[in-house]
Ligand binder design. Sequence first.
Ligand SMILES: Nc1ncnc2c1ncn2[C@@H]1O[C@H](COP(=O)(O)OP(=O)(O)OP(=O)(O)O)[C@@H](O)[C@H]1O
Ligand SMILES: [Mg+2]
Length: 155
Amino acid sequence: MLESFSCNIEQIEKTKQLGKILAKLAQVIKIKAITLEGDLGTGKTTLCKSIADNYLEQQIDVSSPTFTLLNIYETAKGQIYHYDLYRIKNPDEMVELGIEEALNSKALILIEWPNFAANYVKTLSNTTNVDIVWNEQQMRKASIRVNTTQKLTFV
Ligand SMILES: Nc1ncnc2c1ncn2[C@@H]1O[C@H](COP(=O)(O)OP(=O)(O)OP(=O)(O)O)[C@@H](O)[C@H]1O
Ligand SMILES: [Mg+2]
């Protein structure tokens, strides 16, 4: 089942709140991966930080992993693989970047710029997609598509 909702995130606080909601959702319905799409600077990394902080229940040092492609965060509450595929040269690099280990573990996977490895990303099941766009007022708007077998009653 695909559940969709959207929200304006016109201030950074809203992006942080959305991260909190997505972290909770990931825990409750056991989302495996969250893909984050949107132009440069729309706030994908900011959203990842909020998801990580809330999911791992600790302030996580989420610098944009653009140059490393992958950062792994771990606390007593769980593990997150955070990919930023903007500079990936070949989608097959996903194997070197531990995608198999990530899939076979209990880790939550966050992927900025999923389109750069679309053939890998589309094989992921139980995935939620967030797409951040500029609305007519040049404010950020997030559209969220949750793949779930559960009925989400709060959206
Ligand atoms: N909802 C928001 N309102 C205002 N500013 C925001 C919001 N979300 C993020 N920002 C700011 O926008 C800038 C870019 O954010 P961020 O690095 O998270 O974007 P990004 O989508 O990851 O960019 P990139 O594509 O370059 O990786 C930062 O200065 C951040 O503080
Ligand atoms: Mg980023």
